[in-house]
Ligand binder design. Sequence first.
Ligand code: SF4
Length: 56
Amino acid sequence: MAHVISDECVKCGACKETCPVEAISEGDAKYVVDANLCVDCGACEGACPTGAIKGE
Ligand code: SF4
């Protein structure tokens, strides 16, 4: 299961740099995780200031 970024995302972009497989990209309303690339390492979770990133 891939990590998911919820609507709590404020588009600060802090998570993008933390992903070792570059699965995070900027979407229209929020940043999104490409489920096909995400390896569920959890590195991005702590980087989010609003706690918007969660594992499933
Ligand atoms: Fe990238 Fe790891 Fe976050 Fe998945 S859990 S989006 S691989 S940093």
